[in-house]
Design a protein around this ligand. Structure first.
Ligand SMILES: [Zn+2]
Length: 197
């Protein structure tokens, strides 16, 4: 854990500064890293989200780096500085997915369904990858809960891979041609809009 540091707000663009105001950081030292992520995103709109740091975060399967509480407007993070941008972007995109609308969600489903049919292995994060590994053809046919959870995590992991500024990571296992298609999808569907969070 690092101590509080000056974030140098005067050096951030006015747009990023106003998006940064959407977040309440328990640890202000994280603001500068968050600003770097926000600077790569389309404009954001919504009520403030609290960002809390905790130790020993787990879900029902074991240790995790982050979690989102959409209705409480709260993100909890348990990660070091090297993973912060990727995890912050992932959790932030849970809020985006929730509000992005059915048309965009169904369009993303179509994209990953086409990947599945093309036999694409791997993902852009462990959260999506283990869920993908559990899917059976009937999940996809029936758009089961497993399938919809996978689509959500895949969307958040893809966004995190795109906007964290990290080019390679041990969890980026999806082939480059599928990764490019996802990038094109985000450029076409997500980036032209103002994102409600
Ligand atoms: Zn997630």
């Amino acid at each position: 854990m690092t101590g509080p540091q000056k974030t140098g707000p005067a050096r951030l663009g006015p747009g990023v500064l106003s998006y940064l105001a959407l977040f309440r950081f328990q640890n202000p030292a994280l603001e500068k890293s968050a600003a770097a992520v926000l600077g790569r995103l389309p404009p954001l709109a919504g009520a403030a989200i609290r960002i809390q740091s905790v130790c020993g975060l787990r879900d029902r399967r074991g240790p995790v780096h982050g979690g989102s509480f959409l209705r409480e407007r709260r993100i909890v993070l348990d990660c070091g500085p090297t993973e912060f941008q990727r995890i912050f972007a992932h959790e932030l995109f849970h809020f985006v997915w929730f509000r992005v609308g059915n048309a965009a969600r169904r369009s993303y489903e179509d994209l990953v369904r086409a990947e599945w049919r093309a036999g694409a292995r791997g993902e852009l994060g462990w959260s999506a990858e283990w869920r993908k590994g559990r899917l059976a053809p009937r999940d996809i046919e029936a758009r089961s809960r497993r399938w919809r959870e996978y689509c959500c995590e895949s969307f958040c992991d893809a966004a995190a891979a795109l906007y964290s500024g990290i080019r390679s990571h041990r969890e980026f296992t999806l082939a480059a041609r599928f990764r490019r298609r996802r990038q094109e999808w985000f450029a076409r569907v997500v980036e032209p809009r103002r994102l409600s969070i």
